[in-house]
Design a protein around this ligand. Structure first.
Ligand SMILES: [Zn+2]
Length: 272
């Protein structure tokens, strides 16, 4: 644990270590390996920013494993950079509400980050994510978000977004799934009754090329997205909104293609 004197020494050493503390360029490159760099600004410029750059040296912070310290340090670097570039950014974020036009229902997969792949910013997209982008009317989480998005925020578009290489979809019919996951993916498991050709047995699968497997998987991902779009469109929450003739609301089915990063509209948009 750092004593008061050591904290001062630590900060002084840090300041000495900066090659060019006044340029934005050297500051704007977040790193996982270094503590967030400091920028020395004239006190009259913005005293709060100088305060914000002092690293958190509390005991709880020091006790964190390095991987988590990196996360907090990256956050501090991002927040400070944002403040410098857009002086009122956090003031606006704090004071103004949100008015997103899009409600996104996507997979929890860490490779499919809606804000990144759509390049939408803060306040522009309302997000619900779960394994294999399911819409489940028995799930209070999903249902409360749908109600909030449609009736409170009054979004104009609901997007169900699946993705290629979705492990949730691929493993839905694995009999060795743990019980909660097995129940959660039951909607996809039911697809097997209508489309048994999409679920080859192990012998058949062993004789298939990778591209043949990818085609089957892609088809299953599309059917899954299409099913969720249909369920949302027929739900009372959406039906109620559509009874208002002036209300703009449409539901779309998209797929994120990991091969090229493109979002693909699979052509199943449902409006009033
Ligand atoms: Zn997925």
């Amino acid at each position: 644990m750092l004593s008061k004197g050591n904290v001062k020494t630590h900060i002084v050493d840090w300041l000495k270590g900066l090659k060019n503390p006044t340029t934005l360029d050297s500051y704007a490159k977040p790193t996982l390996l270094r503590p967030p760099p400091l920028i020395i600004l004239p006190q009259e410029h913005n005293p709060n920013i100088i305060k914000a750059h002092i690293p958190d040296l509390t005991r709880s912070y020091q006790a964190l494993p390095n991987g988590l310290k990196d996360v907090l340090e990256n956050n501090r670097t991002w927040a400070n950079t944002k403040s410098l570039r857009e002086i009122k950014f956090f003031e606006n974020l704090n004071d103004k509400g949100q008015e997103p036009k899009l409600f996104w229902i996507g997979c929890s997969d860490s490779r499919v980050v809606p804000e990144t792949i759509t390049q939408l910013g803060f306040g522009q997209i309302f997000v619900h994510r779960n394994i294999a982008n399911q819409f489940n009317a028995n799930d209070f989480n999903c249902m409360s978000e749908l109600e909030f998005a449609v009736h409170n925020i009054k979004v104009e578009h609901i997007i169900v977004c699946g993705h290629t290489k979705c492990v949730g979809v691929m493993s839905a019919c694995n009999d060795h799934l743990r019980p909660n996951l097995k129940a959660w993916l039951s909607d996809i498991r039911r697809v097997k009754d209508k489309h048994p050709e999409l679920f080859p047995d192990h012998v058949t699968e062993a004789n298939m090329s990778q591209s043949e497997k990818d085609k089957l998987h892609r088809k299953l991902v599309e059917i899954n997205v299409s099913n969720q779009v249909s369920k949302i469109a027929s739900h009372e929450v959406v039906q109620e909104a559509w009874r208002d003739k002036k209300r703009k609301l449409a539901i779309h089915g998209w797929i994120f293609n990991m091969k090229n990063g493109y979002l693909e509209d699979i052509g199943i948009t449902i409006g009033r």
